[in-house]
Design a binder for this molecule. Structure first.
Ligand code: SF4
Length: 300
């Protein structure tokens, strides 16, 4: 496995409780790295010798600004590139945003991504994400926008004269809170159709997310192991996707195979592969607590 990107979920706490959040983050979440845990993780990332970039995200990483800054310092001192994902809640004006970002600019980051869409804004007048983006651009920080829109439905040609409703656009992934909040009323397809994982390289992942509990996520809530029990380089070396009780079936035949191998009683149809996968995994949480963690990601 050639792991090049590590995404640190600095905290699961967030200012918002977005319907599309696949980690079930929100103001009530507590899981946050301590400075000691962060130092330990970055040391292990260095020992991997394959990592190139470390992202700080959440939840909302700016809620723990001193920790974020210190983490960035450690990552840059380790010779690694760094990036941040934020919703920009902290930028009350462009000038204010610049004060937050100057120390970050001085440390040097290669990507500053701002989540800015209808899910994140309090109301139409909320310009904080825009202020954060302008502040970053004004300081010469490489900046990007993450925009997730509500899923929409379109009619596509089917057999003969028939036109089938399909979910298009929006870029919502139907896992986590999105699977529970945003799937209602959307067109569905039969379980048997979902024979592959469409988004993650479960065999040999290039990037993983790590939370404060130590879970190393192959996909949100799907853990390859825990770094507080096994050092990250060992975990990576020992990972055998085919033997993993969740990733194995997903590799052999997608979410349909996952449900079949574990004899799960599922509905006949789901919106997409992730909707079926997440729903099946949630049923399996009590049986595989070390691999389907943390429970918060499943809204438990
Ligand atoms: S199919 Fe499952 S493992 Fe693959 S991206 Fe969707 S939720 Fe994640």
């Amino acid at each position: 496995m050639l792991l090049t990107g590590i995404h640190i979920l600095l905290t699961l706490k967030c200012t918002n409780e977005c319907d599309h959040c696949f980690l079930h983050c929100g103001p009530g979440r507590e899981a946050t790295f301590t400075i000691t845990q962060l130092r330990c993780l970055i040391g292990e990332i260095q020992k991997l010798r394959t990592a190139e970039i470390v992202y700080f995200e959440g939840g909302e990483p700016f809620l723990f600004y001193p920790l974020l800054l210190e983490g960035l310092r450690m990552v840059r001192a380790a010779g690694l590139d760094a990036g941040i994902v934020t919703n920009g809640y902290w930028a009350t004006s462009v000038e204010d945003g610049m004060h937050w970002l100057k120390p970050i600019r001085d440390l040097g980051i290669v990507d500053f991504s701002v989540s800015d869409d209808e899910f994140h804004r309090c109301d139409n007048k909320d310009q904080r994400a825009e202020f954060a983006r302008q502040a970053a651009q004004g300081l010469g920080i490489p900046t990007a926008t993450i925009c997730i829109e509500s899923p929409s439905v379109s009619l596509q040609a089917g057999e003969g004269q028939r036109r089938n409703p399909v979910v298009v656009g929006g870029r919502v992934l139907f896992k986590g809170r999105a699977a529970e909040k945003l799937t209602v009323g959307l067109p569905v397809r039969r379980c048997e159709e979902f024979t592959t994982c469409p988004h993650e390289d479960l065999l040999s992942p290039k990037r993983v997310h790590v939370d404060a509990y130590g879970n190393v996520h192959l996909c949100q809530g799907l853990s390859m192991g825990n770094i507080w029990q096994t050092p990250l380089p060992d975990l990576v070396r020992q990972y055998d996707a085919q033997q993993h009780p969740i990733a194995g079936p997903l590799l052999r035949g997608g979410p349909a195979r996952l449900a079949m191998e574990h004899s799960l009683a599922m509905n006949d149809s789901y919106v997409d592969a992730c909707h079926l996968c997440y729903t099946a995994r949630k049923l399996l949480v009590p049986h595989y607590p070390q691999y389907l963690a943390p429970r918060e990601v499943y809204g438990l």
